[in-house]
Design a protein around this ligand. Sequence first.
Ligand code: HEM
Length: 267
Amino acid sequence: MSLIGNFFTSSIGRKLLMAVSGLILVGFVFGHLVGNLQIFGEPDRINGYAHFLQSLGPVLWAVRLGLLATAAVHIWAAVVLTLENKKARGALDYGVKGYIRATVASRYMRLTGLVVLAFIVYHIAHFTLGSADSANYKDNLPHFTLTEDVREFGFPLAAKGTEVHDVYSMIFLSFRNPIISGFYILATGLLSFHLLHGFESMFQTFGLRNHRWCCCLRRFTTLICLAYFVGNLAIPGAIWLGLNKPHAGTHAASVAPVALCTSCDAK
Ligand code: HEM
């Protein structure tokens, strides 16, 4: 059998596929967070960055398809390994069922993974396709004119004066809704929890987890996952609580928050 074939048919091959696909997805989610944190800066930043990504055309599609294939491999390996583990446990038929040394995060991997999957489907319907919160979708908002050249590490992303989608206002207007913000906070919290065990498992698969620095590794992964969660929590949290206000002159700044309770204002 070929080397590639072995990856798909042996347990260790599937573990490796799961670790490598997980690492690629982690690269994406951390990169995406760094891009999203620009919501705390000038509107030109996030709008110029989103415009640059959209302008990549076929490259963007290649990346999207690559990510989709990576996620499919990750889920497939998780399902097959889970079924194999169950079968092996069934054959041994333990009299006492318990979770010896299993962390809480490891026990809920399937549940947290499923919620994250549901979140991604919702998220794409929300910000990419605009079917979840169409009133605040970028296609339905006035365009934004970049007030300055947008550069990243000296690399030009978009030129001053370009008319772009107002992703900045879309995010602000959407996250004013506490239900949407609450769901994002919950989902990214569960994703951080999923990553907590995922990281340790990945180091184990790569043979980088041993008794000497297993404790340091746990502290390190906890810190990274916590930082990831705080970064994600800050985006909807600060908008929802009014701590991050839209810049004057933007479309989001011109729209008054919708009162959730209409009878509250009634005399
Ligand atoms: C507060 C958190 C987040 C914000 C503000 C945010 C924002 C966005 C925005 C604005 C887009 C659409 C960009 C555009 O089409 O112009 C997008 C796309 C996307 N996001 Fe997020 N995101 C967040 C969290 C996440 C998380 C946690 C994941 C993964 C688990 C994720 C995965 C994606 C994916 C897969 C896309 C589709 C990319 C594409 O259109 O090709 N996002 N996000």
